[in-house]
Design a protein around this ligand. Structure first.
Ligand code: GLA
Length: 429
């Protein structure tokens, strides 16, 4: 009996409270590229052919993703946002792509993307029209789900504009069922809670059972004010939203805007580090054809991506706020911890933060191994709870660490089996 109770307790600690949408997708936070923040609703292909929403934009991004190491780094979804369809459905009531901007149609685009070993995402809306005024799916959930499946689409971002909020949940659930009924696995990215928060607290159990990720808060803009507001919202509501995240379903703080115009490099590091700590989908919205090498290196930093994709699948929390610093911690597999220390003071220069003030630093009793990942990679070696390391963090920048405990048990084993003989051998050699 005791054993069963113990097992249940362990399971409830390890697993998020609700069941995830059971489509086998998003077992780790999704990674890819999404057009919205950078390319918006630019339909002007006559005067701006390079940047308008057209099939060639996604084909070019897919080409670059393969050629420039993005795919290898883990980014796999190439996602279309709003403004892709024709303003009219076809004679059978199906959505169709704008014929001028997508002459090959979406199926052909999906084939192109798949041939590159990547996946295609598309956009729709639960209501009457999309936010930019294109046809919405209200009254057409089955038809549209089937159309997307027939085209070979792998992800659907489903927006919540122009919908009576009391019907939002029902609409999102019906589309989830319709996608499931197509028999094709389509990752389902929702904005359900964002549109519901204005009226009441959303039901995150139902959301997790329905969607693979869900937007909670405003659209990201290419600015520090915007990134900061998303972080502030998340810390304020973390007790409600963090427990709902886990393999199969994730909180979505919106796109990465790294590599654009509005964030300093320190702020870009903050976005990358905190999105990894939040176990957020890593959907970049930038121009991969023309991105500065430093931003590219940051987005492809395998140590940060490893934190984002950690198999334990737990979202991190903000665990301390003091003197304009914020400490965020994410538990990782093998009892490790990722720690981000953000300097929120927007005046002056770099400031020092003593690592022993990190709440999770207790895992360094008796000892731990520390690696600094941002702002520079640095092995900090074996530390104890009393270590006097001080991190230097620039204004609006973040220091990112991983901490690996060295338990006394391992220490004992280490002492037992590690013989000075090996040193001797080295000395002889
Ligand atoms: C909403 C969404 C954005 C984007 C636009 C498109 O604002 O939140 O992410 O999809 O609509 O119109």
């Amino acid at each position: 009996m005791c054993r069963i109770v113990f097992l249940l307790a362990v399971i409830s600690i390890l697993c998020p409270s609700a069941e995830a949408l059971d489509n086998g997708l998003a077992l780790k936070p999704s990674m890819g590229w999404l057009h919205w923040e950078r390319f918006l609703c630019n339909t002007n292909c006559d005067t701006d052919p390079n940047n308008c929403i057209s099939e060639s934009l996604y084909m070019q991004m897919a080409d670059v993703m393969v050629e420039e190491g993005w795919k290898e780094a883990g980014y796999e979804y190439v996602c279309i946002d709003d403004c892709w369809p024709s303003t009219q459905r076809d004679a059978q009531g199906r959505l169709q792509a704008d014929p001028k901007r997508f002459p090959g149609g979406i199926k052909k685009l999906a084939d192109y993307i798949h041939a590159k070993g990547l996946k295609l995402g598309i956009y729709g809306d639960v209501g009457k029209t999309t936010c930019a005024g294109y046809p919405g799916s209200l009254g057409y959930y089955e038809t549209d789900a089937q159309t997307f499946a027939d085209w070979g689409v792998d992800l659907l971002k489903f927006d919540g504009c122009f919908m009576n909020w009391t019907l939002l949940g029902e609409g999102y659930m019906n589309m989830s069922k319709a996608l499931n009924q197509t028999g094709k696995s389509i990752l389902y990215s929702c904005e359900w809670p964002l549109y519901e928060w204005a009226f009441h607290k959303p039901n995150y159990t139902a959301i997790r059972e329905t969607c693979n990720h869900w937007r909670n808060f405003d659209d990201v803009y290419d600015s520090w004010t915007s990134v900061k507001s998303i972080l502030n919202w998340t810390t304020f509501y973390q007790d409600i939203i963090v427990p709902s995240a886990g393999p199969g379903g994730w909180n979505d703080p919106d796109m990465l805007v790294i590599g654009n115009f509005g964030l300093s490099h320190d702020q870009q590091e903050t976005q990358m580090a905190l999105w990894a700590i939040m176990a957020a989908p890593l959907l970049m919205s930038n121009d991969l054809r023309n991105i500065c090498p430093r931003s590219k290196m940051l987005l492809q930093n395998s140590r940060i991506i490893e934190i984002s994709q950690d198999p334990l699948g737990k979202q991190g929390y903000c665990t301390a706020k003091m003197d304009s610093f914020e400490v965020w911690e994410r538990p990782l597999s093998k009892n490790r911890l990722a720690v981000a220390v953000l300097n929120k003071q927007e005046i002056g220069g770099a400031r020092g933060f003593a690592v022993r003030l990190i709440p999770g630093w207790k895992i360094c009793n008796p000892q731990c191994n520390v690696t600094q990942i941002l702002p520079q990679y640095k092995e900090m070696g074996v530390q104890t709870q009393r270590s006097s390391i001080v991190l230097s963090v620039n204004p609006t920048g973040t220091a990112l660490l991983t901490v690996t405990p060295i338990s006394s048990y391992y220490k004992k084993l280490y002492k037992l089996y590690w013989k000075p003989m090996s040193i001797k051998q080295n000395t002889i050699l």
